[in-house]
Design a protein around this ligand. Sequence first.
Ligand code: MRU
Length: 385
Amino acid sequence: MVGLLLRYLRTNSWKQEMKVGSKNYRTIWLNEANDKVVCAIDQRYLPHEFVIENMSTLEEVCVSIKDMHIRGAGLIGATAGYGMHIATLEAKRKKDGEAYLQEAAKKLKATRPTAVNLEWAVNRQLQAIAKVKTIEEKIYVAKQTAQLIADEDANHCKQIGEHGVKLIAAISEKKKGETVNILTHCNAGWLAFVDYGSATAPMYEAQKRGIKIHVWVDETRPRNQGASLTAWELLQQGVPHTVIADNTGGHLMQHGMVDLVITGADRVTNAGDAANKIGTYLKALAAKDNDVPFYVALPSSTFDWKISDGVKEIEIEERNADEVKYMQGWCDGKIKTVLVTPMESNAVNYGFDVTPARLITGLITERGISKANKKSIQELFPEDK
Ligand code: MRU
């Protein structure tokens, strides 16, 4: 069955953005027949198998975030939103429902520390739930809020595409319609959000408008989100792309082969420092040295309004070193794991790094493009100081 679907996916390019085969997909949704079950694309199996995970307990939602069945800042936030909905259903069966909800919020927030969308979504749920009294009301409000968080995420990404495409269009015009080469790191595509993606949304919009683009896809060790997820997305969409080893970007920039870098972000300070997948900082340094514009695309849920110094104040997730020592791939019709270092060698696995605002040309948000500094960000988001 999975094999059939994969064959179908390989031979059917998407007619519209964010379709898998002929069907429109979001990365997360409520089961139509049973709204107590949350469904999500399990990204551990892509690009080789298309698997959907059903979650009906808070514990399952926490595992799904922590073990990266789902991932990416926007999707982590949306999943946490649905997680709180499930928590209200569970709270109904508890003696002290209120305490259970507070505990659930704590548990969700502890799953992954860097993407601020997680904390943002859980706090939004807590505030919404606190406004009503009975558990039935809380269940209803949490479900509505979860849907709202997901819908907003999709809409904001679409708007990021509409603003960001102007940058691509301007370069295309300057190049007299020649292909615009864009480099991206990790997966800030629709799989990292609910729909469209942040870094990829301008690319999909450019494609829709007939602007010729080509995307350099950093493989993004250790978990290879670029090689496995971004490449899969772009392939489905029919966007020309080339996967490169992580260390290739600097060389390409020196030789004029990159017109623009667009990455996503997991947490951005009120002064424009951006935490993103490990390796992003090195790309920004290379871009600066070669006068290549470096943009970060994010929905406003990724701003951390409380902090201004990203290097000092953003907690960087450290994951299991085995993700560095082992690699996964498709072999003999199965996903297999292989060791790529001496068994005895130590490894360390920092998930993210911080790119200081001075290296960022601009931030592409749902409200428009700002410079990476306090003043310019506040002009776009005056209510969020
Ligand atoms: O560890 P992940 O895969 O959850 O990391 C998130 C990312 O994919 C990237 O850092 C991405 O560029 C920003 S998330 C929109």
